[in-house]
Design a protein around this ligand. Structure first.
Ligand code: 6GU
Length: 225
């Protein structure tokens, strides 16, 4: 999978891709990530990329021309399955969307900034708009890193243990059950007996029950879906 990220703040974005799971996925050749600094597509001495909004109001808006130049340059090189725009005024990311995106070959992620982008960018180029939650970030860069992490870990071969992505919270609309490791007794706080029993069908049953309990308590909305 190839991901092209168009951003005003490429440096804000680099480190998640240079560490841990995403770094390994890139090293294994399972994911390829390229950053494009929108500033380089601005015109004039100042490389202008944003301007005041028509109709007045606080905050700058990213202009269509630099974004169009960048997207069209990429589109001349390959076909993209999705062109994603990160913005708080969109549907929130969920596991179904990350599953869907993990099957794509080439995607572009345009990260929002300031007051956002000229609406015509969204109308002309964007195929999917994603928010990562009901709160406002300064820019869409961190959201892009979140999306990439959630998607790249699902690409077959990225995770060592093939089954672990399937048992994640949300993969079946349930939160994960509690987990424990050594010591089995920490200052009187004991690990549930069943987990030490070696009775694996019973352990699975216990885990499912705990997953339901936890979901019912913390995210009952998931059980309605
Ligand atoms: Cl994708 N962008 C910004 N700026 N804020 C957000 C967001 C995205 N998702 C939640 N808040």
């Amino acid at each position: 999978m190839r991901i092209d990220i168009i951003t005003v703040e490429p440096d804000l974005l680099r480190s998640p891709f240079e560490n841990s799971m995403m770094k390994r996925a890139i090293e294994k050749g399972l994911a390829e990530v390229h950053f494009h600094n929108l500033r380089e597509y601005g015109h004039g001495n100042y490389r202008q990329i944003d301007d005041y909004q028509f109709g007045g109001g606080a905050g700058m808006v990213l202009m269509i021309e630099p974004i169009a130049r960048c997207i069209e340059k990429l589109q001349a090189e390959r076909t993209y399955d999705e062109i994603i725009y990160t913005t708080p005024d969109a549907q929130t990311l969920n596991q179904a969307t990350t599953n869907h995106l993990s099957l794509k070959e080439n995607i572009i992620i345009l990260t929002g900034h300031y007051k956002g982008v000229d609406q015509r960018v969204r109308d002309k180029y964007i195929t999917k708009e994603i928010s990562i939650g009901d709160y406002v970030l300064t820019g869409g860069e961190l959201a892009a890193a979140v999306i990439c992490d959630a998607v790249i870990r699902l690409i077959p071969g990225v995770l060592g243990d093939e089954t672990s992505a399937l048992t994640d919270s949300f993969q079946d609309n349930l939160l994960s059950p509690p987990v424990y490791t050594r010591p089995s007794d920490y200052e009187g706080m004991k690990v549930p007996e069943i987990l030490l029993s070696g009775n694996f069908p019973k352990i699975e049953e216990w885990r499912t029950e705990k997953a339901y309990e936890r979901t019912k308590q913390i995210r009952p909305d998931l059980l309605d879906e």
